[in-house]
Design a protein around this ligand. Structure first.
Ligand SMILES: C[S@@+](CC[C@H](N)C(=O)[O-])C[C@H]1O[C@@H](n2cnc3c(N)ncnc32)[C@H](O)[C@@H]1O
Length: 197
């Protein structure tokens, strides 16, 4: 009889201890969840990477008359080819912006290979939220809708006289191009930012 009661006591104690441990573990799990919120989901690119061919890159540098005094921004720089060419062929400084970390890694490696790593910078960020006010030249190869979405930012941040070239896509009637070039079947559109907007 006594042995029977002892067994019951031991069982009850074990159950109580197990319940207490479970409660502590649950509280700790809740605390851990609260202390370390899940990282934000990275924003996806608005357009996929498609490189501008070298002859079109050369035409974009030519139409914008890039020199060593320029700071060339490529908004959505991909593998960095436009700012790398601006630094290598024209002695300019360049800033490439891309939201895709893989592109930024490629661009950084390509700049080092081309020997212009000190003249160009690549930033992994959203082109719609980064400050572009220091640019003297802006290069684009996005989409018609993205050009139009970007237009208020270009007008708000860029200095008068800043030159802009866009591969393939213009700004429609919103901002007619000042010059249009054809390069082996592809188009390059050119604008300069006006003093009054
Ligand atoms: C068509 S590719 C042009 C690449 C390069 N400019 C060229 O002409 O060779 C467009 C690039 O924009 C990048 N991109 C798309 N949405 C973006 C965003 N919101 N912010 C920054 N980069 C973006 C993509 O990752 C891609 O590399």
């Amino acid at each position: 009889m006594r042995t029977h009661r002892t067994h019951w006591l031991i069982a009850a104690t074990l159950i109580t201890v197990a319940l207490a441990h479970a409660a502590t573990a649950a509280a700790q799990a809740t605390q851990a969840t609260q202390a370390a919120p899940a990282p934000p989901t990275p924003r996806r690119p608005d357009v996929i990477f498609v490189p501008t061919p070298d002859d079109v890159v050369a035409a974009m540098l030519e139409v914008t008359k890039v020199t060593k005094d320029d700071i060339v921004y490529d908004l959505g720089c991909g593998d960095g080819r436009i700012v790398i060419a601006a630094a290598r062929d024209r002695g300019a400084r360049g800033v490439g912006i891309d939201i895709d970390p893989q592109r930024i890694a490629e661009a950084t490696a390509n700049a080092a290979k081309a020997g212009v790593g000190r003249r160009v910078t690549f930033k992994e960020t959203d082109l719609f939220t980064t400050d572009i006010s220091e640019a003297t030249v802006v290069m684009l190869y996005l989409l018609p809708s993205l050009n139009l979405k970007l237009l208020p930012k270009l007008m708000a941040e860029l200095k008068p006289g800043t030159r802009i070239a866009s591969h393939a896509f213009d700004m429609g009637d919103e901002w007619p191009a000042q010059q249009t070039l054809e390069v082996n079947g592809r188009y390059v559109y050119y604008w300069t930012v006006p003093a009054t907007r």
